[in-house]
Design a protein around this ligand. Sequence first.
Ligand code: N01
Length: 541
Amino acid sequence: MPASPSVSGKPATSYDVVVVGAGFAGMYMLHRLRQQGMTARVYEQGDGVGGTWYWNRYPGARCDVESMQYSYSFSEELQQEWDWSERYAPQPEILKYANHVADRFNLRPDIQFNTRVERAVFDEAANLWSVATSDGNTVMAKFFVLATGCLSNAKMPDIRGLDGFKGKVYHTGHWPHEEVAFTGLRVGVIGTGSSAIQSVPIIAEQASQLTVFQRTANFSIPARNAELTEQERQSFRSRYPEIRQFAREIARNGIYTEMPDRGALDDGDNERRAKYEARWTSGGLTFMSVYNNLALEQAANDTAANFVREKIAEIVEDPQTAKLLQPNNHPIGSKRICIDTDYFKTFNRANVTLVDIKSNPIEEITENAVRTGAKDYEVDALVLATGFDAMTGSVAKIDIHGRGGQTLNDKWAAGPRTYLGLMSSGFPNLFVITGPGSPSVLSNMIVSIEQHVDWIADCISYMRDRGLDTMEAAVDAEDKWVAHVNEVAYATLYPQANSWYMGANVPGKPRIFMPYIGGVGPYRQICNDVAAKGYEGFVMA
Ligand code: N01
């Protein structure tokens, strides 16, 4: 066996498990491990818990999954006692919740903040991970768990001159902690994904002039956010057992909702329109659940896409702007559908301009303007709502060496390869929470996080009980899983879009559909079956 590279010569402290990230995944992982009497160290690069909700503090940031469902279910007391104020929780409230969880379960003593994990090397002689952190320390751990998040590596656009811009530049995924005041400023927003769609209406109210630079128009459904009444909260809480079970086992995306029993073309025009209208009025992500074939058949999808395009034309007063805002290059839902509060209406404001950078791309950013082929747009501040190097970006930032010194980045050079999205062969005892090849971003993240954490915790306990040292994905099981993930993805319309699901938003990134689209219920069943069969497809020693 070739010797593994060593990380540093310093004496190491030892833990059963090292976890990277103190977002919702890392926090629950720590809680479960401690319940099992294991020692764990969580490293978090921010100075607080909350992950996504720690970093994404842009105006209007809120979760697009309803608050009563976008919450932990592992503690009955927690879910009964926490009061969500609105149908969709705003970022500060979700962050407060994350902090509450950290305090309630006394997690902080085992979390080291302001520390990045930089390198991790599997020591084949000792069957231990050697983990080097940005504070210059190295620790050893039997298990190494990546709770690094799927949308945590903010992507700066590669635009000439950006560094020379004299005004302030903000990325939505890296927003300052202090209040950002746009009052009286000319602001440019680059990008029109979920982050822009949430922030544009708020920035428009503050800025003297807002220019939105759009490359690709996006489908968005009204959120219909509202305060929750105590009665609504109570009604939800009393039904939690049924709601949580449905979300875990039946709903494809981990969200409790009515399940469609027919396809879009099974209804006549009037009936179909009435159903879309009802979902448009009730608002939210479940718009795509009106019919059971919207993600599968182009003709069915067109009916929903046309409905939304018509709505945009109704809302936006200037016909040319309306046309530009109507998505026309991907099936509805094949990019993560957005939900908004008054996004399209914002373009009726006198101080808001939409610039089509598809036909006139941004050429450069000057000291005080965004320059397209057509003209210079003067701005005092720039908001980059340009998204993330999704799913693999934060994993790739850690220099991970598995068996034989192979790096995970080398292994994943042509796209991520995992078995069940949980492990990658050649990297023993390394687990990824909501990794590529699992439902993750196609689901209510907290449902998927809890499922993975429980599975990993049970697996670690199984190994401990049997005195096993290592576990890793078998190559053939991994190959079959990768093929299966691809097969189910290509049976849908999803791969048609240039989405971050496909890695298409990062130049040079392999074009692979990364999440598993088979649905959280079937996926959970597969994972449970694998465990019940003594972790079939994994090699344990
Ligand atoms: O990022 P995105 P996001 N020049 O990648 C454009 C979750 N989320 O932060 O489509 C010009 O969706 C890019 O254009 P194009 C949610 O899962 C959830 O908005 O590549 N433009 C696109 O318009 C979401 O899907 C919530 O042509 C450039 C935009 O920037 C995910 O996070 C809220 C460019 C990026 O859109 C990511 O959303 C927010 C360039 N060089 C986010 N580079 C909720 O829960 C990129 N763009 C509500």
